[in-house]
Design a protein around this ligand. Structure first.
Ligand code: SF4
Ligand code: SF4
Length: 89
């Protein structure tokens, strides 16, 4: 069988950060994602590949489903982290 390749759709957001040491490659995070932004890594034991980073809803289901705390975490885009405060004066 031929070797396949897949490249992530270019996007400034990097919604998921995986910890290679903690992840066991079970793909539960991928299977629970309702918008299917990941595909399995062809190499067993590796975390899924995020193909469509810009489609993430930041719902957190993948993080909650992961059996290895810390193996995957969400990284919200900078714009979503902005805190708006009333202007004084
Ligand atoms: S945060 Fe939600 S939408 Fe984003 S990858 Fe995880 S499960 Fe999918
Ligand atoms: S659910 Fe957790 S341990 Fe399983 S593949 Fe995803 S990040 Fe790795």
């Amino acid at each position: 069988m031929g070797k396949w390749t897949a490249a992530a759709v270019p996007c400034s957001a990097e919604p998921l950060i995986f910890d290679e040491e903690l992840c066991i490659g079970c793909n539960r995070c991928m299977n629970v994602c309702q918008v299917d932004i990941m595909i399995p890594d062809p190499e067993p034991g590796k975390h899924p590949v995020v193909l469509y980073p810009g489609e993430c809803w930041y719902c957190g289901s993948c993080v909650m489903e992961c059996p290895r705390p810390g193996a995957v975490r969400l990284q919200h885009p900078l714009m979503n982290r902005a805190k708006f405060v009333p202007v004084k004066g």
